[in-house]
Design a protein around this ligand. Sequence first.
Ligand SMILES: *Cc1c(COP(=O)(O)O)cnc(C)c1O
Length: 342
Amino acid sequence: MSYEYERIATPKAGLRLHLNENTAGCSPKVIAALQGLTRRQAAEYPDYDDAVSATSQRLRVSPDELLLTNGLDEGLLAISIVTLRSNSSPEAIVVVPAFDMYAACADAAGGHVVEVPLNTDFSFPLAAVQRAITPDTRLIFLTSPNNPTGLCIPRDDVLEVARAAPNALVLVDEAYADFAGESLLDDPVARGISNLVIGRTFAKAYGLAGLRAGALIGSPATLAPIRRVVPPYSLNICATVALVAGLEDLDYYNWYLDEVRASKAVLYDALDRRRIQYWPSAANFVLARFGDRASEVVEALKARDVFVRDKSRDPACPGCLRITTGVVEHTRTLVDALEEIL
Ligand SMILES: *Cc1c(COP(=O)(O)O)cnc(C)c1O
């Protein structure tokens, strides 16, 4: 089985609703900050003090509980290397359908990928995950809100998994937590569990996907070995400057969260009218089941320069498409196209 990450063909123009990017772009203050970069800054190795301080304040964690990474993807790779590189037969549990990078990173680091399917209603399969834990389990990937379903994992289930696997690290990927408005970062019990690591990204809500900035949060002792595998200048100067400016512009951030909320309502309404099944999402996208027509809908949207993510051939979510819900105007364009097609 190949777990190689498949790069999604990226359209040069058109409406990109296939990668859960911020469809409004980053804050204009980020661009202003980048324009303020000096020749000297470009020539020097980046210092992370300002970025670490701004991020830790924003996430309400202490700097020694925070590791900035070149996108959360790098954090996923780093945690995979640390937990799975041993020469025994390490296992990584991935609850599917899942973000493709988990299996890609676990596989690249030499781990054996153990897939556990979500329940058929896409609720979290706590008992099945517990059954999948073996003495060789070293890493468990959980995603809340989940990609591609948009559903959150009950906090108690996360804690149960962490307790059931004391020899493993449990990575809770919170790439979409900004949109959910809830996070284990604010949960003192979760924060006290030493084998729990929380992943965040500034790609989605802050619109910095092109600049690459993510973070892992965990206890200093848990993060120490992970720090050692992340190169010392992993984020470049543009990412650090962008991160500080993006975190500062709370008005822009909150405006975008409102757009996403309103966008989801617009899309739900359209799907309800067509009696298309969907899962109410805590993220900035919606998974909807178009059944046999899924591929046809993807192609017809593409012909109208609208790109959505075809998940219909994933056996874990057959017939489903994942649609990014960003700026309301963009969602209306999608809905108009859907109405024409259906
Ligand atoms: C987008 C995404 C990421 C990747 O974040 P980057 O910071 O862009 O690397 C990680 N996890 C999930 C679940 C995602 O959807």
